[in-house]
Design a protein around this ligand. Sequence first.
Ligand SMILES: C[S@@+](CC[C@H](N)C(=O)[O-])C[C@H]1O[C@@H](n2cnc3c(N)ncnc32)[C@H](O)[C@@H]1O
Length: 438
Amino acid sequence: MNSRLAVVKVLSQVTLNGRNLPDAIAHYSDVIDENDRSFIQAMSYGVIRFYPRLQFIAKQLISKPLKTKDQDVLLLILSGLYQLIEMRVPDHAAVSETVKVTKALKKPWSKNLVNAVLRNYQRQAATINNKLDKNAEAKYAHPYWWIKLIKTSWQENDRWQKILNANNINPPMTLRINTRHIERENYLTQLKQLDITASAGKYSADAIYLDKPVPVNVLPLFNEGKVSVQDEAAQLAAVLLNPQKGERILDACAAPGGKTIHLLEQESDIELTALDIEESRLQKIQENLNRTGFKAKLLAANAFEPVSWWDNKMFDRILLDAPCSASGVIRRHPDIKLLRQEHDIAKLVHDQAQILNALWPLLKPGGMLLYATCSVIAEENTLQIQHFLQQQTDAALQPINTDWGLQQAAGKQILPGEGGIDGKNGMDGFFYALIQKQ
Ligand SMILES: C[S@@+](CC[C@H](N)C(=O)[O-])C[C@H]1O[C@@H](n2cnc3c(N)ncnc32)[C@H](O)[C@@H]1O
């Protein structure tokens, strides 16, 4: 399939059928040429990332709104605009190759429209950019409700604007090295020998930032399970939970198992239970265990209802990497902007509270619970923990004394982009709160 046509198909799956981007791309994997895959991926992710802005621009240039049945033509126009604005495709090729797709869509009537809109954009770019600055959705490239929500949590120092901007920047590919097996410096040298430029992360002793993403199969020791792909902020969980030899540990929302494996890399001699409500996602944990050679007890179960799965033996430590809005990882999953709905947030906050309260009795006195989210929304984070501490009199918040993150009333918040090296993008947005049972 022509790559630009494939992009329109993928975008339709996301915007009309509510599929997420990886699933939408996988849906067409049989008809996509392997050589086109990264172009299709870059363009699909890019159009979704800037969707509210591109839609605003298209609106300025299309006199009569397109009918619902012609949304594919609108998506084609958005992808053409994206190429002109953000991609290093020569302008003439961006226009002519995009216009050609009207034939493949079997909508030859739209040829002149697509051509006119893209050419008019080239002529009117300065005027349109001026207007764009006055419309929040277009300026920040987020739906209005997302802007409002993030603004409510981060008024001070205009941090909300920095967060919105950071959400629109391509994230780095970050690795986690099993430093029990190989020293980070040594691995960096191996990468250098392969002409893969990279640097060490500042906060996780195991993190390496690649200058450019590469397929995992070219990474030394990946197949041997000594190297994994994981954002640096996510790598801080296992260090904070600090597993000790012989302990019983619960990873309560574990799939696909990134943090499960890191806990085992930190201390392999633990009795680890990895639980997730989605049975299909447990398969991912198993694949990660197989690749890395570790063992854990896997349970497909609901963390709300320990009575249905718990063996009545208390845990020394619990990691609760809670289901959340994922507002801290929008840069990696830009489809969240469109697929998440405003009313989802209250339900997530409710579920997080329920899981926290359900798991608390499973923790030994003296034991530690680490609450984590990849969110930047106060209700899911510091407010959630403050509320929990008010309810549980035997819960004591522990200080997190680190040089990363912003101290909150309860817990520590990493904002997206923090900790970048040489002006490059750093970590995902993450929240951590460490609580000890009295
Ligand atoms: C943020 S993800 C976990 C990521 C994982 N810890 C990692 O590092 O790879 C949250 C997970 O919680 C699971 N989940 C959601 N509700 C749950 C529940 N009630 N009980 C158990 N797992 C749940 C989801 O299926 C999802 O896999």
